[in-house]
Design a binder for this molecule. Structure first.
Ligand SMILES: [Zn+2]
Ligand SMILES: [Zn+2]
Length: 484
């Protein structure tokens, strides 16, 4: 429990809402809106509309619900792709129906308009977080837009059909929302000409009948990102035959998986073997406790990224890490909100020594690591020469040991981002002393600067338990800020 001196007074008269910035509409936008008000005119003008205006016009029609215009634009869409960004307003059953009607016209045409280049529509994809309408393919997105899922990690699903509709399916409490259900049925009736591609599948809570129904239609080979949450081990057993068919699964996320078996139940339920999994993430899942070894067995190819958050780990779990052959080429290890303070970290040391040549990202946040444990870790840390990101936020290091840590990270020449906890000396009986943080940080930074040019370095206090705010000192401003 930590409290800051900065807890803001709650103020409900949120000024920002009333302070809307007035921006005059451009002439072009006015013309577009005018055109859309007269739908018949807009539709007849499509043949002469310059290519470049298609995405903005489509966006305008989409946001304002001009469904007839949407339908008419699809059969003459002059780009290979049409992606509806996750942030765009008015993504609902009506706009979906309008787009699908346009696709129906396209499918029915014996001779296509020479203008039409459309091969795929992306209706929904969480990882595709652009704001409006995007006329490029996902593969052509600028790199910053695809960072969550780099291009080289996205092999096609291999299903070749004339037209492809990509979406993300969420089965919440056993149900699909009405748009997903509609899209599913629509694609099922046109399965000879349309491939409905689900790259992302989320199953949150299980209703067996729905899952059976969905997997009759879903191409399991298309699934690259899978989230399973709010399930128990029996549910996983039920899903296993389906998971086994997901031959292209790259990212698996498990959250809130509970262990409902009694102690004398025989075998621990195992996930099937995944052949190309790159990222495995487990959050708040009691069943992981003392089962990590069996759990990691499901990997066939060396994993790139392992993320475990809000879980309890046993000594046996930590001890198995250096002996799991499928994680020895790890590029990223993130452990957060896992209490390590009562565990011996020697096996983590062996593990870091093993992955030192590949590890680029090491985050051990809110792990309750103490001075003596840090001391154990340090020599191995120096061997992780490829590290680009380190984060040790919210651990209990005294000034002396934090300096020791910095002497080690100072030797890591590839580091780009470094996040350290404020030393214990910056707290007094549960109260954050921001002045002290500001006074101590320059000499801490000196340790790094003496060895190399640091890029991005911050020292952060624990979050205040009342307001969630924290103090952060950064290299860029060389000042202490309060953040909330
Ligand atoms: Zn506070
Ligand atoms: Zn597919």
């Amino acid at each position: 429990m930590v409290i800051c001196f900065q807890c803001p007074v709650k103020d409900d008269s949120s000024e920002e809402d009333t302070k809307k910035v007035y921006s005059p509409l451009t002439l072009e936008k006015l013309a577009r809106q005018r055109l859309l008000r007269e739908e018949a005119l807009a539709i007849s003008a499509l043949n002469d509309l310059p290519h470049l205006l298609f995405p903005v016009m489509f966006e305008e029609a989409f946001i304002n619900g001009h469904t007839k215009v949407l339908t008419a634009m699809i059969p003459v869409w002059p780009y290979p792709y049409l992606s509806v960004g996750i942030m765009i307003e008015n993504r609902n059953l009506e706009t979906l129906k309008a787009m699908l009607e346009g696709l129906d016209i396209l499918i029915a045409q014996k001779v296509r308009s020479s203008r039409c280049k459309l091969r795929g529509i992306n209706w929904k994809n969480k990882y595709h977080d652009i704001s409006g309408i995007w006329a490029g393919s996902r593969e052509l997105l600028p790199r910053f837009m695809t960072q969550k899922q780099p291009v080289q990690n996205s092999p096609g699903c291999g299903v070749k059909k004339e037209l492809k509709v990509t979406t993300q399916l969420e089965i919440m409490e056993g149900r699909l929302d009405e748009s997903d259900r509609y899209l599913f049925q629509w694609a099922q009736q046109r399965k000879d000409s349309i491939h409905l591609c689900n790259r992302n599948l989320e199953i949150q809570g299980l209703t067996k009948a729905t899952v059976i129904e969905i997997f009759k239609i879903l191409h399991t080979d298309c699934v690259q990102d899978l989230l399973l949450s709010d399930l128990c081990l029996e549910d996983l057993d039920f899903l296993n035959p389906y998971l086994r068919q997901m031959n292209n699964l790259l990212n698996l996320k498990l959250s809130h998986i509970t262990d409902t078996r009694s102690m004398d139940d025989s075998e621990m339920s195992l996930l099937p073997t995944f052949h190309c999994l790159q990222t495995l993430s487990v959050n708040d899942s009691p069943y992981l406790y003392s089962n990590l070894k069996g759990f990691l067995r499901c990997l066939k190819k060396p994993l790139e990224s392992l993320i475990i958050t809000n879980c309890n780990l046993s000594q046996a779990d930590l001890d198995c890490l250096p002996y799991c052959l499928n994680i020895v080429e790890l590029k990223s290890l993130k452990l957060a909100s896992i209490n390590l303070c009562n565990l011996l970290l020697e096996s983590l040391v062996f593990f870091l020594e093993k992955v030192g040549h590949t590890l680029e990202n090491l985050e051990l946040n809110s792990c309750g690591i103490q001075d003596s444990q840090l001391k154990t870790l340090l020599p191995a840390l120096s061997q992780c020469s490829q590290l680009r990101v380190v984060s040790f936020n919210d651990n209990e290091f005294s000034l002396l040991f934090l300096k020791e840590l910095l002497h080690h990270t100072a030797q890591l020449n590839q580091l780009e981002i470094e996040i350290y906890p404020a030393p214990l000396e910056c707290y007094d009986r549960g109260i954050v002393l921001s002045d002290r943080l500001e006074n101590l940080c320059p000499e801490l930074l000196e340790i790094l600067i003496a060895k190399r040019m640091p890029n991005e370095v911050t020292f952060e206090t624990i979050q205040c338990s009342k307001c969630g705010g924290f103090y952060i000192y950064d290299l860029e401003t060389e000042r202490c800020h309060f953040q909330i």
